[in-house]
Design a protein around this ligand. Structure first.
Ligand SMILES: O=C(O)CCC(=O)C(=O)O
Ligand SMILES: [Mn+2]
Length: 211
């Protein structure tokens, strides 16, 4: 008998507009453990409200972990080795890396663990994730806390979209054609989860930035 049991295989996902979705892949105990881990990340690298290059404050607050973090400011959107305060990003918590390895099957770990916090009024407009250097790697997204209405489109902004409420513990993989598909969060459903004592929604995305 091996001393360390193998990671449980990941069940078959459902596919919506090419996005692969595992509803409730994280059970409530795992969700609570993720929140503890993320509390450590936020303590080391506080949430900030980014300003777009056009000068508008985003409604989502963000931080990150890993070698690189995604930032936005007057100079543009980019990955940076330091939090806006100038400190290095904290390491990606091992539990979060383990989910990446389990779901993607990749031996290449992500460079960036982006953490988004949505308070009741926050949203994220339709966009593509295209600041990374190699779109051959997927983006893995995990939802925690209140439900978020996830809009999924195609490769062009004007493509037809479909929407789905992402619930706490849901995992989404953007790979293949969906890797560059437009997506966004129209709104959250305040009070729909009791996972976060202060309410709201956390989203974690794992990204390989440079091949
Ligand atoms: O909050 C979400 O579910 C999506 C987040 C997202 O698209 C992003 O951070 O680029
Ligand atoms: Mn995105």
């Amino acid at each position: 008998m091996p001393e360390v049991p193998p990671e449980p295989a990941v069940p078959a996902p459902l596919s919506q507009a090419g996005f692969l979705i595992w509803p409730g892949l994280l059970d409530p105990a795992e969700q609570a453990a993720w929140v503890d881990d993320l509390r450590g990340v936020v303590a080391a690298a506080p949430l900030v409200r980014p300003v777009t290059p056009g000068g508008r404050a985003m409604s989502v607050r963000m931080t990150g972990a890993g070698r690189l973090g995604w930032i936005a400011d007057r100079a543009g959107y980019r990955y940076a080795p330091q939090h806006p305060s100038g400190m290095a990003w904290p390491p990606v918590p091992p539990r979060i890396l383990a989910l990446w390895r389990r779901v993607t099957g990749l031996s290449r770990d992500p460079d960036c663990c982006l953490v988004n916090y949505y308070d009741p009024g926050a949203r994220m407009g339709l966009h593509q994730d295209r600041d990374e250097g190699d779109f051959g790697f997927p983006v893995l997204s995990v939802s925690l806390g209140d439900d978020g209405l996830f809009r999924m489109g195609g490769a062009r902004r004007g493509d037809r979209t479909v929407s789905r409420w992402l619930r706490s513990g849901d995992v989404v993989l953007m790979a293949g054609a969906a890797r560059l598909a437009f997506h966004g969060i129209d709104r959250i459903r305040p009070g729909s989860s009791r996972l976060l004592p202060q309410g709201g929604r956390l989203n974690v995305t794992l990204r390989v930035v440079a091949g």
